[in-house]
Design a protein around this ligand. Sequence first.
Ligand code: NCD
Length: 392
Amino acid sequence: MSLTQKSGKRGRFAKVSQITALNSNISLEVNKMKGSVEQTLQTYQGWDEFYAKEVDKKLDFFKLNGRLFDVIFAQQFDRPFMDYLCKLADMIRLLAKTKMGQKKLRHLLPHKRAMLYFVQPSTRTFLSFQNACYILGLSVSESRGTSTSSEVKGESPEDTIRTFASYVDLIISRHPEAGFAEKTAWVLNQTDRPVPILNGGSGPDQHPTQALLDIYTLERSFQHIGGLDGKKIAMVGDLKRGRTVRSLSYLMKNYNDVTLYFVSPDIFRMKDDIKNFLKKRNIPYYETEDFESVMPLVDAIYMTRIQKEYSDDPSSEADTYPGFHFKKEHLSIIQPHCTIMHPLPRRYEIEVEVDKDPRAAYWQQERNGMWIRAALIAYIFRVEREIFEEFS
Ligand code: NCD
C-alpha cells in the first residue's frame, strides 16, 4: 500500500505507522504460508506404473511423429541423432560468426516462447539454454525458485508446470527430484496442450543435455583422430551421485569400442544400474581408486565434483578428496592428445594452473553447451532445414 492510498474504514489516509503495521502483517502472513502450507500431493492414476517401467519401454511416449518431443533421458539419443545434432550445432556456431548469420538465426523462432523453470541452483545450464533461445529468437520467461510462485500457496509442481504450458511453447526444467521432468512430461502429454519438456537436470539421476554437450566436446576434440569411436575415457570423482557421468555413460551405447574407467573413492562408486546397462551392451569398464595409474592410458579425463548436497549424512563426508584431483604435475603423465573435461562448477578437482594447457577443454565445453542446446531447440521446432540450406 502506498502512502497516498485510501485505507477504507479507518479515515482518509493511513498513517505511516498503520502502513508499517499492515506491511509487517502481510509479510507475517507470507511467512506463515511458507512455513505452514504443505505442498499439495494429488494422486495421478497410472503414474506409478509408468514410472516403474524400464526406460527402454517408455521412450515412444516422449516422441511425436517419430521424432523426439520431450528430452528426458540420455537413452533417447541414438547415433544418427547424435551425429545430426553435432553437425547442426557446428552450422549454428558458424552462422553466428557474422552479423548476417546471427540475424538469420534470430528470425527462425521469434514466434515461439520458452519457460525456464530452474528451481535448483544453476549457472551454465540456465545461461546456455537462455542464450540458445536468444540466438534463435525465442522469448524467454523464467522462474528460479518456488518462493515467488503459487507453490508458496501449496500449488503442486505438476499444476505449476501445467500453468506454464498455458503461456509458452517449450519448458526447460531443472529440479532436485529424480523423475520430475519425466512426470511433468507424462502429465502434459495427456492434456490438450502438451508442450515439449527438456530436462535440464533431475536430481542425482539424469542430465541428458549435459551429455549432449559432453559428446559434442569429445567429438570435436577427437575430430582429427577418428572421433569418439575406439577411445578410452576416465570418469573421476563422485560417480554415485553425479548425474552428468551417469547420462554420459548411457550415451556410450552409440559408439564403437569405447572403454570406460570409473575412478572414485569407494563410497562414491558408479551405481549398479549404469554398470548393468554397460554389461548388457558389452561396453567394457574398469573401476579403480588409483587415479594416477589410469592417467597415461586414456584419451579423455572427465573430472567431477563431490555432490555433497545429496548426502544423507554430510558431516561424514570430506569436502574434497585430493587423491581424485587433477594437478599441474599430472600434465606430464597424460597423453599429448588427452582431453581434460569437467561439467563445472569446479571446486578443487582441477588446479587452475591446468587451465592454460591446450588439453584443458572445460571452458570450451561450457560454451559448446550453448551451441548444442540451440541445435536441440532448432530440432524440436523443426527449423533445421533452414539452417542447413545456408550451407548448400
Ligand atoms: C552439473 C550439474 O548441475 O549436474 N553442472 C552443470 O550442469 N554444468 C555438475 C555439478 O553440479 O557438479
